[in-house]
Ligand binder design. Structure first.
Ligand code: NAG
Ligand code: NAG
Ligand code: NAG
Ligand code: NAG
Ligand code: NAG
Length: 565
């Protein structure tokens, strides 16, 4: 919705580049090269200035990675829950000696020696001068861009690599993609959204715990349990806000009031709404569970914060079991090479028994205004087949904690890039067959990965930020940590029984066919504001639907369904 301005330009851009850059080998020709509206140009980078680039080296055994993930995540497989350590993941995917040698030779040939790798050896991060970087990557020209008091360095044009390394690299990070650039998927909107709607008392931990059937005894007990939120915005949570929030709202159940560990740089300044929301709510449903914050892990001007977080996960042998993230980009703005590689990173995490939860977005089905006609606009990583994507709901009657309906902003739809994974074929076909009214076929790709997978309340939250309680905070940024905390509680009960973590949940979630979830069957989300669909995307239906997935958690029932095996 917000980024309408770029849509036709982007297409033109990709087409032009295809013709224009004929020499050299391009790893990401389909990556959109365009400065987002909110960043302003701040001059060419001096040749002697330092930049840091991230090289994603081709991994080995990607097919096996995918097969193994299927086995460890399928409750009917003998290998269910037999997760790998980071060291074992390393021996599976680490690049071949030929790949490592070829890439090193190329880098050293340009005098680049200052590089760091990760445990799995499939990323290299190297510093060099802008001059060296421009020689290394023909086509590039590094510039500085500003947004508020943030600055970053990016190339204003596509890059190519030497033909010798072309088949040994997936992509080079720190060249083209702008960090979130205000496109973070879920924005924790503030302010009453529906004028004329009855006054709502608002969602608090007590309301959530009542609705999702959590009793005072449903808190974490296991010593080694942990959960995390990851954030890539220039904003921070304040420990004092968390403590204040807990003292006001978290009554009647034991909980923690402090974050266990902050990984990354917590800047100063005012607390952010989004950052406060995530941490306050994951610690309210996942109560008494050790919680980490991964914050803005990309401080160098050339880094990509999201990618930087993925590198961190591949470089830490002990990380929390559940991660919730409210971040995403239009699928059509990212190169396929990049998204495929990020998917491999999600598979690596799943193989270790880590659950990745992403917010489904706050623009419903989205809308991409193409020259001739509109189409829906999926976002990534929400559309990745290897993460669990969380949509949003609101209470039908704001004075009762019972019936949930679609929150019209709830992101959902069908990927145009990733094929529908096997685990969801039955559920999605049933929806497509049974749906009373579907948008025209030209708006979406019915063979793509469909999302979200489940949902939770996303409307009218109370959040404490800068020591002030704020009402009406909404978005799938709210529902995602709520679901994350609930999965952590289930992990906790599993750990107490000596069972492994839930890991990549989807294969098991779809086999439950809705057991343990409140089915959401009412309401439609946003789509394109044109004559054909008149602002409407998809509608909720019984069982799975591309608006609220399988529905929202009924904790005791979901626990019962996920506690065996
Ligand atoms: C990965 O961790 C090792 C050991 O702590 C460290 O030396 C290395 O610099 C890290 N890699 C990156 C890319 O930060
Ligand atoms: C959970 O909540 C629902 C609705 O609030 C209620 O009907 C149900 O009995 C509760 N308990 C269980 C175990 O599902
Ligand atoms: C909270 O969790 C810890 C383990 O991290 C456990 O030892 C403690 O008993 C839990 N508190 C309660 C009230 O159960
Ligand atoms: C806790 O889990 C981590 C892996 O996430 C493991 O390395 C560590 O040994 C575990 N600690 C205990 C006390 O079980
Ligand atoms: C639809 O999705 C499939 C993969 O799921 C892809 O191969 C195909 O190109 C997509 N079609 C369109 C029109 O985007």
């Amino acid at each position: 919705m917000l980024f309408v301005y770029t849509k036709t330009m982007r297409v033109l851009c990709v087409l032009l580049l295809g013709v224009w850059l004929v020499s050299g080998e391009h790893l990401e020709l389909d990556q959109v090269v365009l400065v987002p509206e909110d960043w302003t140009h701040a001059g060419r980078v001096a040749l002697q200035e330092e930049v840091e680039l991230t090289f994603a080296l081709k991994q080995q055994n990607v097919d096996q990675l995918q097969e193994l993930l299927q086995l460890v995540s399928d409750p009917d497989s003998q290998q269910y829950g037999k997760y790998l350590t980071l060291e074992e993941v390393e021996s599976l995917v680490r690049p071949s000696q030929l790949t490592e040698k070829t890439v090193w030779t190329w880098l050293q040939g340009h005098g680049i020696r200052n590089c760091r790798t990760v445990q799995t050896r499939d990323f290299l991060q190297c510093t060099m001068t802008a001059q060296v970087a421009e020689n290394l990557l023909p086509g590039t020209e590094f510039h500085r861009y500003k947004k508020g008091d943030q600055t970053i360095i990016r190339s204003s044009s596509q890059y190519s690599v030497h033909e010798d390394v072309f088949e040994h690299l997936d992509f080079v990070g720190g060249v083209l993609r702008f960090p979130t650039s205000g496109k973070e998927i879920s924005k924790a909107w503030e302010g009453p959204r529906r004028s004329g709607k009855a006054f709502h008392l608002g969602v608090t931990p007590t309301v959530l715990r009542a609705r999702y059937n959590l009793t005072a005894a449903d808190i974490g007990h296991a010593a080694n349990n942990s959960q995390a939120v990851a954030q890539f915005l220039e904003q921070y949570y304040h420990p004092a806000d968390l403590a204040e929030f807990m003292s006001i709202y978290a009554r009647g159940f034991k909980h923690l009031t402090e974050v266990e560990r902050v990984v990354g740089t917590q800047g100063g300044g005012k607390a952010g709404l989004e950052a406060s929301l995530d941490i306050e709510y994951i610690m309210s449903t996942g109560a008494n569970i050790s919680t980490w914050v991964f914050t803005n892990p990309g401080r160098h001007e050339t880094q990509e914060p999201f990618l930087q977080w993925m590198l961190l996960l591949s470089n830490m042998s002990a990380v929390p079991w559940v991660h919730t993230i409210s971040y995403g980009d239009d699928e059509d703005s990212l190169s396929t090479a990049y998204m495929n590689r990020i998917n491999n990173e999600f598979m690596k995490a799943g193989l270790r028994g880590i659950s990745m939860l992403f917010a489904s977005g706050d623009s419903g089905a989205g809308c991409w205004h193409l020259t001739k006609e509109n189409v829906f606009r999926p976002s990534f990583p929400a559309s990745s087949p290897y993460v669990t994507t969380v949509g949003g709901t609101s209470f039908k009657n704001p004075f009762k904690l019972t019936y949930e309906v679609t929150d019209f902003i709830s992101g959902g739809g069908f990927s145009n890039v990733f094929a529908m994974p096997d685990y969801q074929v039955g559920a999605v076909s049933a929806y497509l067959k049974g749906a009373k009214s579907l948008p025209p076929e030209s708006y979406f790709n019915r063979s793509g990965r469909a999302y979200p997978d489940m949902a939770a309340l996303s409307d009218n939250y109370w959040v404490v930020t800068n020591l002030v309680p704020i009402p009406w905070v909404s978005g799938t940024s709210a529902s995602t940590p709520v679901v994350g905390g609930i999965l952590s509680l289930i992990n906790d009960q599993r750990f107490l029984k000596g069972l492994p973590s839930l890991g990549f949940l989807n294969p098991r979630l779809y086999k439950l066919k809705g057991t343990g979830l409140f089915d959401v069957t009412e309401g439609c989300h946003l789509g394109c504001l044109d004559d054909k669909v008149e602002g409407q995307g998809f509608c909720a239906a019984s069982s799975w639907d591309p608006v609220t997935g399988w529905g929202t958690p009924n904790y005791p029932a979901l626990l019962a369904a996920l506690i065996e095996k």
